[in-house]
Ligand binder design. Structure first.
Ligand code: 4NP
Length: 155
């Protein structure tokens, strides 16, 4: 099973989602690959934003092994679930899909917590550090739900 976290730049939100889910999956002993990517490729090859690195560190998660990269059509074939942070990411990823089956892999991540509401994880890039704490808390809840579902599937 392979799960991809996606945001716009792959430096703020999706690296946090990637690190949080990876930690929970490892703790649960599940054999699941987690990765992340951005829709715009603007920060290709860069480390996560220092504010995301610091936020992850606060919760004992190291995301400094991650480097930003742009999502590809191959990713959509290869990954089983693609979690996006907001509706703009959703539209951009769906535009890369080649079939209804591929489109069905793409999910708004907060729908795991509040199904059908299409709540966005707000882009914290231009805000202050409070935005990163809010993003962390939202993603922590969503990743708990994802891991609980994966546990029932894996058994
Ligand atoms: P992210 O935040 O999508 O959560 O990684 C952003 C980072 C960079 C930009 C936009 C959003 N940017 O346009 O440079």
């Amino acid at each position: 099973m392979k799960i991809l976290m996606v945001c716009l730049g792959n430096i703020c939100r999706s690296p946090l989602a990637h690190g949080i889910l990876e930690g929970k999956v490892n703790k649960a002993g599940l054999a699941i690959t987690v990765d992340s990517a951005g829709t715009n490729g603007y920060h290709d090859g860069e480390l996560p934003d220092p504010r995301s690195i610091d936020k992850a560190n606060e919760y004992d998660i190291d995301i400094t092994n991650q480097r930003s990269r742009q999502i590809t059509q191959n990713d959509i074939q290869e990954f089983d679930f693609i979690y996006v942070m907001d509706s703009s990411n959703y539209n951009n990823v769906v535009a890369l899909c080649n079939s209804p089956e591929e489109i069905s892999k793409v999910k708004m991540i907060m729908n795991e917590v509040e199904p059908g509401k299409n709540i966005s994880v707000p882009d914290p890039y231009f805000g202050d550090s409070d935005g990163f704490e809010k993003v962390y808390q939202m993603l922590d809840l969503a990743c708990d739900k994802i891991v609980n579902q994966l546990k029932t599937k894996a058994i």
